[in-house]
Structures are given as C-alpha cells and as structure tokens.
Design a protein around this ligand. Sequence first.
Ligand code: FE
Ligand code: CA
Length: 518
Amino acid sequence: MSAARPVLQRRRLLLGGMAAASLGHPFLQLNAQQQSARELFTLGVASGSPRSDGVVLWTRLAPDPLQGGGMGEAPVDVRWEVAHDEGFARIAAEGRATAVAALAHSVHAEVRGLAPGRPYWYRFTAEGVRSPVGRTRTAPADNDAAPQPSRFAFASCQQYEQGYYAAYRDMAAQPFDFVVHLGDYIYESSWGSRHVRHHQGGIPTQLGEFRDRYALYKTDPHLQAAHAAFPWLVTWDDHEVANDYTDDVSPRTIDPAQFLAIRAAAYQAWYEHMPVPASMRPTGAAATIYGRHRFGRMLDVFLLDGRQYRSHHACLAGRSASPLADCADRLSPERSFLGKKQEAWLANELAAPPARWTVIAQPTLMAEADRKRGPEHGYWMDGWDGYAASRARLLDSLAANKARGGDALVISGDVHAFWAADLRREPQGPAVATEFVGGAITSEGPSAANVANLLAKNDHLRYGRGDKRGYAHMALDARGCTVEFRAVEDEKSADSAVAPMARFAVERGAPGVHLEAT
Ligand code: FE
Ligand code: CA
C-alpha cells in the first residue's frame, strides 16, 4: 500500500505537518515519530458523545486523504488506548477495532468503564504508527450529588473557501468540557464573495466525492486541534447534503429517488468522519442522530435533527427557500420541523423530571423573524417560521418543563450571525426560554441593513450582529447561565485575533436575555 503513495502527495502532506507543528498547540506538536503518523492519521483524531462512563473515539486512516484515502481494500487492525495522563503512564482502557474500506477506514471505538467528570487522553496505533494524542472528558455522574458547573462551546457554518479556522484555534485553547456543532460542517457548494482557499471538484453527489470533501475540511490544523482538545456533540444542517433540502426534496435535485441516493451518500460520509457511535450509522438514506446527552443533574442537551424528517417548504411550491413569503400553510398544525416521531420523543423527554438546565441544540434560529422591510410581513420558509405550529408545540413543552423546575436554553446556527432572543409563546407574553445563535466559523453573514431591519421589526430579538464570524461559549451553574460571543477579527487570516464581543446572562427561573457587556 505504501508503495502506491505518490511522491507529490507525500511532500504536500509533510508540508501540512510542518504547518501544524508551527502552531504550537500541544495536541498537534509533532515529534519525529509523529511526522510519519501524519501520513496515516492525516485527518487527526476526535472524540464525541461523552457519557458519564465513556466516550466515542474517532480517527480515519487516510494516507492520501483528498483522493479517496489511499488505504486500498484490505481491513486494518487499529489499537486504541485511553490514559489518565498525557504521557500514557497510566492506561485506563484499551482495545482494538478493525478499520474497513466500506467505512473509509474510519474507526468509531465506544469506550466504557471510565470514571465520570474526568479528563482522559487517547491515541491510536495502526501499521506500527501512532496517532497524535487527543484529550477528552467524560460527563459528570448521571445522578451527581452536587451538580457540576458546565462550560461548553457551540459552533456552526464553516465554509472552507471563505476563511481560515482561527475560531477553532481560539476554541482549542479554552477550558471547555465539550463542543456542540450545530451543522454546516462541510459545504457541498462553492459560494461567497471572497475565497482564501478552494474546494476541489464540484458539488458532490457520490460517496467518494463526499468523503473527499470531508477530508479536505478535516485537513485543517485548527479544526483538528479543536477536535483533539474536546469531545464533540454533532448534528447536521442542510449543507452536509444539499442547500435547503427538506426530507426527500432538494431544490437542486427534483427527483426524490435521485435525491435520496445523494442523501444516503452524504449521510454515510458524515458518519465516517464524525466521532459518533455505531448507532448513528446510516441504513441507506436514514440515520438516527437525535438524542439526549446528560451532563449530571446540571444539564441535559437535546441534540435535534432538523433536516431528515421535516415537512417540505410551505408557501414556495418546492422552490428555493430564499424568497420571503407568507401564507396560511406555514401555520398549519400538520407541518413539523422535526417530524412526528422525533417531536413525540422530545415532548416525552421534556415531560420527565428535568435537569437544572435544558439545552435544545438544533440547526437554525428558532425565534420568529419577520424579515420584510416596511409594514408588510415576510418570513424565511427554511427556518422555524415555516413550521410555526411545530415551534409552538416545542415552546409549550419547554414551558411545561420550566413549570417542573427546568430552565430551557436554545442554541442555534445556520444564519451566519450572532443573535440573542427571548422565546415567547405569544408576541407580548413572557419568555419561556432563551435563545443564542453563535455566529458562523467562516460563512458570510447578512448585511448590516438586514440585521438592523430584523432588530427593528422583532422586539424579542434582543441582540444581533452579522458582520463578525466566530462562535459562542456557554457556562451553566446552579445560579445562572452566561454566554459569551467570541468574534474573529479577520476570518481571512489563520492568525487572526479572536476576542469577546458580547456577554449575556440568563437567571435561573427567569428566562430572557440580559446583556451584560459588549
Ligand atoms: Fe451555513
Ligand atoms: Ca444551513
């Protein structure tokens, strides 16, 4: 297999390794042995879906990452180790996995038997080569006597061509317990006004093309650093498959059967590149990725799938969701953003005794947003406004959750801007939950005029910024929640400074945005 690796490819990868080494990040510093590891573990290492007793470890063997991976057809034995310390003096768990061509030689090792609320370090060995070391952290004990504070980052929308991942460089250096990714991890299409780097190939429709697109994104050293520093919870939005798709309909691919074949390839490649358990492996065009993630009695994160099951766009007759519209259909109780089954599951979960904080992690702005200039009303049908009754049912569940002593926060991506919003069941009613949209890692945002118009027309949108890229940091304890929006000064530069842009508080028992500092 190694004889087949082209010389040019090898040189490029070594240069990539040197670039990563110069970052100085502890999880990407390369010694002589790891220099060769870079040729097998070119996409880094990751962990995800943390539980109180374990975590999923991920890597993918890919000596030729941008051209199919370069591993051939043979299965490869991979050893994984989890240690109490960065030097691997005390091993906590170890095991083996088989990386197979059918899964692009990816590894999803589900580690159990770890202690709650603790950091661990992990690494892989394959073909006598060791991977870089990753750090992860288990969730607190499920029924912890003293609920532990929780601090995490959330991010979305990282169009590769539109910028470098300075936001991830900053994130990797912070003391987070975990990271939530809310979708648009890859983009299937090239768009935006100023590119600093380029996709290869056009819009992917085949499995191999989606694999190469994920590999391109995952060669980025800052993205690798953020994966290596924390366990991630991941959901998807539309661009992992196709812009503005809804269930089996895509504006770009009219025939549903043809689109479902694309969706199957896209879901498969997503699974192969994410630190998620085998239970999320797709069967054809279907994959169950929504679920509850418990962080002791402090926090339940409900990770939702807003794409696979949703009703087709209202008011648009199958066209792109971009033009603003309004019609009675968007209010129809038959319509669902989550699909009947996921919606029923979530309502049932929210009817159980709550953790102190309930975080609804989902792709897009949940607050109503009248976007039309002037006195008329206009809504974006790809967002929750196209599924108003479905949103009302969820807000009813969150209000009932609050009545039982829980406090709900909604975290969102997709709209390439930072927003803080009071979520109300009626326009003048009290807030039942508080929403934060954490900007985009790189993807271009709305104009200042659009943001100003939204703020002017929608009272419950309390803060909005569309001119900066970045991510958000949420900290929860028994008294309250704080959220910090962190902004990248210039996403066109990998070395860009990243700094706090705004800070908010939410009190326990009193939903609603309190702006503390800008
Ligand atoms: Fe996006
Ligand atoms: Ca999106």
